[in-house]
Structure formats: C-alpha cells, structure tokens
Design a protein around this ligand. Structure first.
Ligand SMILES: C[S@@+](CC[C@H](N)C(=O)[O-])C[C@H]1O[C@@H](n2cnc3c(N)ncnc32)[C@H](O)[C@@H]1O
Ligand code: SF4
Length: 405
C-alpha cells in the first residue's frame, strides 16, 4: 500500500497553482460522452482566443498573487482542434501573470486523427510538453462501436509521432465494452503497453445519463459485461500495468514513479486551480476562503457573456470549511497515496478524523478496505473497486453533515 507522496508540492509560498482551459468543440459527438463538447460548423477563432484570454485575466484577478504555476491543462472537447497560436497565446498569458515552475507540466488532450497529428509539432513549439491522446481502443470494431472518427492505423501513427515529439505522453483506453472478455482485454492491453510511455489512463465504459448510449442500452441494443468480468478486467489492468512499472496512483490512472499527471494530482490533492472556458470549474484560494467557480456551459452564451462582462461565470461561491473538507475527502481517497492529515488541516482548518464517521472508519479498517495512520488515510487496493460505497459510508451520519442540513 502506498503511503509516501508521489510528487511533493511545496507548502511554502509561492503556493502551487494549476490552470485548466476548456475547448468545447469536437468534430463529432461520441455517443457515450457527456463532457461539455459540441459540434459546430464554424468557430470564430479570433473571438475565441480573445475571450479565453479575457477570462484568464479575470480569473487571475480573482485568484491574486503569491502563486507559482505547476500545471496548465488544455482539456475538452477536443483541444487538438485549437489553433496552435491560441495555445501559445494562452501559455504566454499564464507566464506573464505568475511565475511558472521550471518543471511545469503543460498538457493538451488530442484526438488521434491524422489531420490533428499534423499539428503536434506546432503544439510542442507553443510550449505543450505533455500530450494525452484519446486512443480509446486498438480494435476496429470497438472504435466503430464507440463512434470514433479515427481508425487503429491512425492511432498507432499518432502515438509514434507523439512519442517522438513530446517529452511526456499518455493515452486513454476504454474497456469493459459490450462483448469484451477479460482474455480479450488482456491481449489488447498487452499490445497497448508496448506503445505506452510513462502514463496510461484506463477507463471502464460508463453509461452516462442523457447520452445516446443510455438510450441504446435501455432499449437492449447492447449489454455491458457482467460485474465479475468488469472487476476481473480492472484487476488485470492493475496487474499488467504493474508488470511494466506503471502503478495505479488513482482508480483509472497508471504511471511510472514520478510520472503521475501533476494536473490530476493538483485536483485530487486540493491545490487551487483556475477553470477557464465554457463549463469549466475552478477552486480559488482567496482571502475569503475557498471559492468554487463554474462558467456557463453553452459555448455561445459563454462567449457572449465574456464579450460583455469579461468573464463567463455562472456561479462563484465561498465554500464552508466542511464543504471543502468533504470535497478533499472525496478526491483525496481516489489516490493510492490517500490524504495527508497535515495538508488536509492546512487546507480546511479541520482535523481529518473529525470529518469522517469514526464507526465507519473503524469498520472499514477491520475489513481491510481502509488504512489509517496518525498522518495518513487511504483506501487499500482491495477497497478501490468499492470506492463509491466506502466514500458514502465514511461521510454518512456524520455530525458535520447533519449540522449543515
Ligand atoms: C474529454 S475526453 C478526451 C478528449 C478527446 N476529445 C478524446 O475523446 O480523445 C476524456 C476521456 O474520457 C474518457 N471517457 C469519456 N466518456 C467516457 C465514458 N462514458 N466511459 C468511459 N470513459 C469515458 C475517454 O477515454 C476520453 O478520452
Ligand atoms: S469523447 Fe472526446 S471527441 Fe468524443 S465527444 Fe467526448 S470530448 Fe469529443
């Protein structure tokens, strides 16, 4: 069980900060996806660049100084559809606003179609130093089922190019697809591991509400693998990745030592981050406390509001220490390293043991699903598949929750 941190971010000022920038457009909408992504014939690139820069400026004003940027993440949607000049301008704006760590991680999510792969060198020149490629599957019938725009050959070519151009890269695969057996997943993942760098994201197919897949699934057009098979595929993922030195540092993320995504870690460890672009969420650390921000999801309404008011904010709320504590527990226990009690107290002013049900914690520890020391709390590898139930149990019936209701 992991108890030592994977990547240490200094507690001393300047404090670490992460920046998330959302690009909401895709070439086509995948039938399983419920991300804030939209298909549009035309995108006025000049307007979008100006708006993202304006909102960055506005959010920077809310966050203030005293920070050092550790990570910038271009997520989507499909940020590889962005003009590289826009990516460069946004990175430049971050650098102009705060000091940036020497080892800053600048990630861009990319789809592996050949037209996008042609732009990879330009993204690298713009300052991107980590690419996250949406491969999704290495089987043609699976890519067709998932409604992807690329084929296997394109994904392999894009991966080869990525490995040549970027110092760090990762790719995503979706498993536990209809009809997939653990044996088939073993073969596909073994092939994928031959192509992997120091990081992989492996997601179990989830049927999200209000997606075409939800309708097809409800209509009986396909069925998902049985729970036991899905669990077997999860354990296989852990086993095969571990054989290649990629440790499950989070439920769906695997990395070599020191190679975890710093941006993911920033979220899960509770480091402040700016959320820029339509539907982006932020957690700012301001004089009034932790401020949760969210922006308008609709690209057109977001753009119009930024043009009028300089920001696309829909909500901006100061969280109570208990609300922040609950978020940190929900996110921190996703990590193999768990939660460091000292950082938790520094972020919330509360003691970790006061924020969870002592009965649940004792019971889960007895069952070997939770590991507690005076300095740390983490879910054991056996507990990982039951994470949602464990979190519910730990946070239920607790006086701080009842007091807020
Ligand atoms: C924002 S998307 C990635 C960006 C990029 N547009 C792409 O599709 O390659 C992040 C990742 O979430 C995963 N994902 C999205 N919806 C999912 C679902 N319903 N079940 C499992 N994984 C999903 C996919 O692996 C995807 O690459
Ligand atoms: S999975 Fe990626 S490409 Fe497909 S709709 Fe979602 S964000 Fe767009």
């Amino acid at each position: 069980m992991q108890t030592s941190p994977i990547y240490t971010i200094s507690e001393a000022a300047p404090h670490p900060l992460a920046v998330y920038i959302h690009w909401p457009f895709c070439k086509a909408k995948c039938p399983y996806c419920d991300f804030n992504s939209h298909v549009r014939e035309q995108v006025d690139q000049q307007h979008w660049r100006n708006a993202l820069l304006a909102e960055m400026d506005y959010m920077a004003g809310l966050q203030g100084d005293g920070f050092m940027v550790e990570s910038i993440f271009f997520g989507g949607g499909t940020p590889s559809l962005m003009p590289p000049e826009t990516v460069a301008a946004l990175i430049k704006a971050v650098r102009g606003r705060w000091p940036v760590s020497e080892r800053v991680e600048i990630t861009l999510e990319a789809n592996p179609t050949s037209s996008e792969a042609e732009k990879f060198s330009a993204f690298r020149a713009a300052g991107v130093n980590r690419l996250s490629l949406g491969v999704q599957a290495l089987r043609p019938e699976a890519l067709a089922f998932l409604g992807r725009e690329h084929h296997v050959g394109e994904a392999l070519a894009a991966l080869e190019m990525t490995a040549e151009i970027f110092p760090r890269y990762s790719f995503d695969l979706i498993y536990a697809r209809p009809g997939q057996t653990p044996e088939q997943w073993r073969e596909e993942l073994s092939e994928a591991l031959q192509l992997a760098g120091s990081h992989l994201s492996l997601y179990q197919l989830t049927i999200e509400p209000q997606t075409p897949f939800e309708r097809f699934h409800r209509a009986g057009d396909f069925t998902l693998p049985e729970e036991d098979d899905a669990a077997a595929m999860y354990r296989l993922s852990e086993e095969l990745c571990a054989q290649q030195g990629l440790r499950a540092y989070e439920i769906s993320n695997y990395a070599a030592p020191g190679e975890a995504s710093r941006h993911n870690l920033a979220y899960w460890r509770g480091i402040p981050y700016l959320g820029i672009g339509p539907g982006a969420h932020g957690r700012l650390r301001t004089d009034s406390g932790w401020q949760a921000t969210s922006t308008i999801k609709s690209p057109e309404r977001w753009l119009a509001q930024v043009q009028r008011e300089g920001h696309g904010l829909e909500t901006s709320t100061v969280l109570t220490p208990q609300e922040r504590a609950e978020e940190l527990i929900l996110s921190g226990l996703r990590l193999g390293e768990g939660i460091a009690c000292e950082s938790f107290t520094a972020a919330t002013g509360l003691m970790l043991q006061d924020c969870i049900s002592p009965t649940a914690a004792a019971h889960l520890s007895e069952l070997g699903l939770l590991a507690q020391t005076p300095a740390h709390l983490c879910v054991s590898p056996q507990g990982r598949l039951l994470l949602d139930s464990i979190l519910c149990y730990l946070l239920s019936f607790h006086p701080s929750r009842i007091a807020r209701k």
